[in-house]
Design a binder for this molecule. Structure first.
Ligand code: 5GP
Ligand code: ZN
Length: 119
């Protein structure tokens, strides 16, 4: 279960450099790259290097990585220049939330005004 790398996972392949991505930041625990299907002027995905299926599993199994992920979100927002205007951080978990990739990730969206409630 805690194997760290899933050969069938698209985000594990991005971490491994096996498929290309526009990486904007990385550190020992996390990688941040632009979403292929951007929903805002800035749309970056921040993921742990270690494969876990969602953020709840990350928090319970790898709490230090969960903290690193949140730190990376803040740093990506500053680097992308959306920290002053504001940005939204989204964790989709499960089918009702439209999770499509089962490797923990947070969407960082900014550069435009967001709406509430989300769709
Ligand atoms: P979810 O719907 O699971 O919360 O978000 C998965 C996100 O990953 C989607 O926004 C989708 O556009 C993005 N995505 C899926 N495959 C790739 C890929 O190969 N490269 C990049 N950069 N983004 C991807
Ligand atoms: Zn993975």
């Amino acid at each position: 279960k805690d194997r760290g790398f899933d050969p069938d996972c698209i985000f594990c392949k991005i971490v491994a450099g096996e498929i290309p991505a526009e990486i904007v930041r990385q550190d020992d625990a996390t990688v941040a790259f632009r979403d292929l299907d951007a929903q805002a002027p800035v749309h970056v995905l921040v993921i742990p290097r270690h494969h876990v299926p969602n953020v709840g599993a990350l928090a319970s199994e790898r709490p230090e990585d969960a903290v690193a992920l949140l730190d990376a979100v803040r740093e990506v927002a500053a680097q992308e220049g959306i920290d002053e205007g504001g940005y939204r951080s989204v964790f989709n978990t499960g089918p009702d939330a439209h999770q499509t990739v089962f490797h923990a990730h947070v969407h960082v969206l900014g550069g435009r005004a967001m709406t509430w409630p989300p769709g």
